[in-house]
Write a protein that binds this ligand. Sequence first.
Ligand code: AMP
Length: 173
Amino acid sequence: MDLTHYVRNIPDFPKPGIIFRDITPLLGTAEALQFALDTLTEQFDGTAIDYVAAIEARGFLFGVTLADRLNAGFVPIRKPGKLPGPSYRQNYALEYGSDGLEIHQDAFGGSGQKRVLLIDDVLATGGTASAAATLLAKAGGKLAGYGFVIELLALEGREQLPKAPVFSLITYS
Ligand code: AMP
């Protein structure tokens, strides 16, 4: 299945010059959503994973289901000020703007190094996923891999990421 048919390209959103890759058609089409989740699951089925961590908000849409399918726990990585417990914070640069991310300090239970799969919808410059990977390490997690729905190859975000296997469902040159 060619998943690019289920991604809508919206020019100049949220800023001039950005082509926003809108995955709502993919989410809204049962076969496409199943295919995306099946393919992500297959990719990481053979990897030992204790937790799936996903980035607010669109990463959550895939992360929880993937955690369930991989028999792993789920950990949210959220925008600043949303998590109620003691948290670590990391600031980062976006393709459009800058922001921060937070994780609960006790997200991985505190006993030994847990293997964590990091999930987000889009890998663009890599700033967001790098910040998330840094947070995972701060909280005692060991990065087992990255899964993205979309990767924008021209931005070379993959090169910025702390080393671990990267899998993207859809790539744009
Ligand atoms: P970056 O930190 O540059 O890798 O940007 C990745 C984050 O920004 C992801 O969480 C995406 O949700 C969002 N994002 C960046 N660029 C786009 C884009 N062209 N279309 C949709 N989302 C994007």
